[in-house]
Write a protein that binds this ligand. Structure first.
Ligand code: GRF
Length: 202
C-alpha cells in the first residue's frame, strides 16, 4: 500500500507511521508533503530516506489554485492512501472528493465532540472526565467524516491543555498506525459516508 502523508509541523504521528511501516504495517510511506518548509516532520522523512515535497501557498493564492497544485504533488506519488497528520489547512471539496475513501485524518478529540481547534482546552473547560483522539475518513465537511477508531484518555482535575495534549498524543501514535494497517490489508472501506471494518459497520 503506497502511502502519502501530509503534515504541517512536528510530525510525531508521521514518525509513528514510518516506524510502523518498518515493522509490519504492510504499507510504505512513499512521500511526505508539507505546506511549511520548516516543518520538523520533513527532517523525520529525510532521516528515513523518504521523498518530500513542499507546496507553499503563494500570497493571496485562491484555495482552489493551491489545492490544484497540492493535488498534483500528491498524485505524483500514486498513493493508495493519503494521510493527514497534523495538516493544518482546510481542503477544498474538490480535493477531498478526489480521494474519497482513500484519505484519513486524526483529530485530537472524541468526535463528534470538539471539531476544529483548541480541543484540549475546550474539553477541560467543559468539565469533561475523558478526552481522546479519533481517526476518521475525510469528507468535505470539516472533521465530520465517519470515525474509524478512537482512543480515550482520562482528564484529571490538575490537567492543563499541554499535559492533556501529550496524553492524547501518546494514544494517537498507537491508533494511527493500526488504522493504516487495517487499510493496507483491505479491511477498511467507506461506503455511502459510512465506515466499515471487515464489512461490518463501525
Ligand atoms: C495531532 O494532535 C493531531 O491529532 C492533530 O495535529 C497534531 C499533529 O501532531 N491533527 P504531530 O505533528 O503528528 O506531532
Amino acid at each position: 500500500c503506497r502511502v502519502v502523508v501530509l503534515i504541517s509541523g512536528s510530525g510525531s504521528n508521521l514518525q509513528a507511521i514510518i516506524d510502523g511501516c518498518d515493522d509490519n504495517l504492510n504499507a510504505d510511506v512513499v512521500g511526505v508533503i508539507s505546506h511549511k518548509p520548516d516543518a520538523y516532520g520533513l527532517i523525520r522523512a529525510h532521516q528515513s530516506e523518504i521523498d518530500t515535497s513542499c507546496v507553499i501557498p503563494y500570497a493571496n493564492e485562491a484555495r482552489s489554485d493551491y489545492d490544484a497544485r497540492l493535488l498534483k504533488a500528491i498524485e505524483k506519488y500514486q498513493p493508495d492512501l493519503v494521510i493527514l497528520a497534523g495538516f493544518m489547512r482546510i481542503l477544498t471539496d474538490e480535493l477531498v472528493s478526489h480521494f474519497l475513501g482513500k484519505m484519513i485524518n486524526i483529530h485530537p478529540s472524541l468526535l463528534p465532540k470538539y471539531t476544529g481547534l483548541h480541543t484540549h482546552q475546550r474539553a477541560i473547560d467543559s468539565g469533561d472526565k475523558e478526552h481522546g483522539a479519533s481517526v476518521h475518513f475525510v469528507i468535505p465537511e470539516l472533521d465530520a467524516g465517519p470515525v474509524i477508531l478512537q482512543a480515550k484518555v482520562p482528564i484529571y482535575p490538575e490537567d492543563n491543555a499541554e499535559v492533556l495534549a501529550e496524553r492524547v498524543h501518546e494514544q494517537e501514535h498507537a491508533i494511527y498506525p493500526l488504522v493504516v494497517k487495517w487499510f493496507s490489508l483491505g479491511r477498511l472501506a467507506m461506503t455511502d459516508g459510512k465506515a466499515y471494518l471487515d464489512g461490518e459497520l463501525i
